[in-house]
Design a protein around this ligand. Structure first.
Ligand code: 5GP
Length: 215
């Protein structure tokens, strides 16, 4: 009799979890790929479509372009200030990209993830490698062109770079493109609308990971 009672106790169902109260956790979303592949456009579209995303404003030593504002597109720093901040451990990662320094400030990242935000980084492929090393929990997305010829066509079409600069960007892309194998996801930016939806889909599915839920 006593044995039957204890078996029944073991089989008694647990109270159902309160699913409605489970909150999705924040994470770092790294978007990288070669220059001219369109990652800026894809990131901007994600930011517009998903309110839980915050853009990580990088620091750079390059001069502002057009209507760029300090603290919005970038934190614009003099090279000596940037270098001083690298020594103070101010950056999660930094790299020299086509002659200028770019870095992700730690303060743009940690607190926001803890608050449940998706912190989005638009960084070059060297930066992507550093972040994956330091933050293996980051979700990384590689944006690739449909072909090398198409990347060349886009860089020429932008009309922002000299022939020499385009040649340099293309030479760098040949080192960067094979590195897609180290990323979690690949988006081939062939059709812009489809690429935008794919980035949103990656965000949405990663937001549903059980391991990041909190009560
Ligand atoms: P642009 O000067 O055209 O805005 O950016 C040039 C390149 O620098 C792009 O490939 C961009 O993704 C990259 N970049 C921007 N911010 C960072 C950063 O914080 N770290 C690294 N490693 N690259 C960055």
């Amino acid at each position: 009799m006593a044995a039957r009672k204890s078996a029944a106790k073991k089989r008694a169902p647990k109270a159902a979890p309160n699913f409605a109260r489970l909150k999705p956790g924040g994470f770092l979303l790294v978007v990288s790929g070669p220059s001219g592949v369109g990652k800026g456009t894809l990131v901007a579209s994600l930011m517009e479509q998903r309110e839980d995303c915050v853009f990580s404003v990088s620091a750079t030593t390059r001069a502002p372009r057009g209507k760029e504002k300090n603290g919005r597109e970038y934190w614009f720093l003099a090279e000596k200030d940037f270098r001083a901040k690298t020594k103070q451990g101010w950056f999660l990662e930094y790299a020299k990209v086509f002659g200028n320094l770019y870095g992700t400030p730690n303060h743009e990242v940690e607190g926001k993830i803890k608050k449940g935000k998706v912190v989005v980084l638009d960084i070059d492929v060297q930066g992507g490698a550093s972040v994956r090393r330091k933050r293996p929990d980051a979700v990384s997305v590689f944006i690739a062109p449909p072909s090398f010829a198409e990347l060349k066509r886009r860089l020429v079409g932008r009309r922002t770079d000299s022939a020499e600069a385009i040649a340099r960007r293309l030479a760098t892309s040949q080192i960067e493109l094979p590195q897609y194998v180290h990323y979690d996801y690949l988006i081939v930016n062939d059709d812009l609308e489809s690429a935008k939806s794919q980035l949103v889909a990656i965000h949405d599915v990663e937001r549903r990971r059980i391991g990041r839920l909190s009560k």
